[in-house]
Write a protein that binds this ligand. Structure first.
Ligand code: GLU
Ligand code: MG
Length: 436
């Protein structure tokens, strides 16, 4: 009885808390839950060494290694980012600083904000909207797709998910103001796409980041799971995170639209696309950031392999959808579900900005099937080590970023590559142990 009473008390207790979170360079959230009245308190984090690889190892690079002795870091709440969250909580994103107030160069949100400010100096506000693909899983180990007996492409309801989890995810995302635009099942049973409305690029990237976590949490409450990893199954396509980009002018019009152009596309948009193509190889380091990403980023996967663009062509890396006027946009299709939305968007906006600064000429569009008849021989790197090398070789793109961010990111990702190189996979065991 006493236990019941205590449980009842806990349920009715009005404990107001806020999760103060920030993303690391891998696109994963960290943070603390604090009582709401302490939300403006500057120091919520005990140690600085928060940028860890998936191996949880410490960095070797100064001043982020153990040699600095884990001093405090500060997180100041980005008040405008506060939103309702699950279970009646609140959630807000934070800016991160060293204890002496200097901005932390590894802050991926600030990196995106900085590139948006450079666009603002030219009179443009970047806008972004993300298409989030993921699989519903009935089991994590072994990784198993949720059976969907009534599956059909662009299915809804039981045609997408017999467990009702998608509806719960959508409802929770709406509650959290993540601005769901549409939901549908993909070609493969259990794969789903949720598109998020376009809005200013930083808020949009925040929504994409939060959506991944929210979807997993809601699914787990429904007894299933999700994965956004790039290519979870050999017998199915991968999970894209396509980024739709446009630029708003101070009067609110869309700078990618040109009424007097035969195709309705402005010069700025063409330079922007040329910039994306100019940096195609290096962009993979952010768009396809895991070892597994390169099982998706191949021809035949609609995944942004070739350095090309096309008019409403899903086989080209950059698709210019047919809508014009306020909906004129550029869809970059290389990103996968393991990308940091902030770093990827920062990289795309940097590449586009470079194109505009240099008034880069745009090549001819890809016509028809890019995989059987590509109009270019330039393509994405075929492995993560090659993508990291392409990033390091592309000093023009790196110059838009904090040097420390590039150094730490490449160290984290190189470590990931080393672990992969050392791994003995179940495929190798199956293939060779029988016969050798
Ligand atoms: N699943 C594809 C990808 O990995 C995209 C399919 C689509 O166009 O929605 O990017
Ligand atoms: Mg899709």
């Amino acid at each position: 009885m006493a236990r019941d009473a205590a449980a009842r008390d806990t349920e009715t207790m009005d404990v107001e808390t806020i999760d103060i979170v920030f993303p690391d360079l891998l696109g994963l959230l960290h943070g603390k839950t604090v009582p709401t009245q302490r939300r403006e308190h500057p120091t919520h984090y005990a140690i600085t060494v928060m940028v860890q690889g998936l191996d949880l190892g410490f960095l070797e690079l100064e001043p982020y290694s153990t040699s600095v002795g884990f001093p405090d870091m500060e997180a100041s709440i980005d008040v405008g980012s506060t939103r309702p969250w699950l279970q009646g909580r609140q959630r807000a994103l934070a800016w991160t600083h060293f204890a002496d107030g200097r901005p932390l160069p590894l802050d991926s949100r600030r990196q995106l904000a900085t590139i948006c400010q450079r666009w603002a100096a030219l009179g443009y506000q970047p806008k972004a909207g993300y298409e989030m693909e993921f699989f519903l899983l009935s089991s994590r180990e072994p990784l198993t797709k949720l059976p969907v007996p009534e599956h059909r492409v662009y299915g809804i309801g039981a045609g997408a998910d017999p467990t009702g989890t998608i509806e719960a995810i959508t409802a929770a995302a709406q509650l959290a103001d993540l601005r769901v635009e549409g939901v549908n099942s993909e070609f493969t049973p259990s794969q789903v796409e949720v598109s998020l409305e376009y809005q200013d690029a930083l808020t949009a990237a925040d929504c994409a980041l939060l959506f991944r976590e929210l979807a997993r949490q809601v699914a787990q409450q429904h007894g299933i799971d999700v994965t956004f990893m790039a290519r979870p199954f050999a017998d199915a396509v991968g999970n894209g995170m396509h980024v739709n980009l446009s630029l708003a002018t101070p009067d609110g019009s869309n700078a990618f639209y040109a009424q007097d152009d035969a195709e309705g596309l402005s010069e700025v948009a063409r330079w922007f696309v040329a910039g994306l193509l100019h940096h195609h190889e290096a962009l993979a380091a952010f768009a396809a950031p895991t070892v597994n990403s390169y099982k998706r980023l191949t021809p035949g996967m609609l995944s942004g392999y070739w350095a090309n663009w096309g008019w409403d062509n899903r086989l080209a890396t950059i698709r210019i959808p047919g809508q014009r006027g306020p909906s004129t946009r550029v869809e970059h299709r290389m990103g996968d579900g393991s990308a940091s939305p902030h770093l990827l968007t920062a990289a795309l906006l940097a590449a586009g900005l470079h194109g505009v600064q240099e008034r880069m000429a745009l090549a001819d569009p890809q016509i028809g099937d890019a995989d059987s008849a590509p109009n270019t021989d330039r393509h994405a790197p075929t492995s993560l080590p090659d993508a990291l090398a392409a990033l390091q070789a592309d000093q023009e793109l790196c110059a838009f970023f904090e040097p420390d961010l590039i150094a730490v990111y490449t160290e984290l990702k190189s470590r990931e590559c080393e672990r992969w190189a050392q791994a003995v996979t179940d495929w190798e065991q199956r293939e060779y142990s029988r016969v050798y």
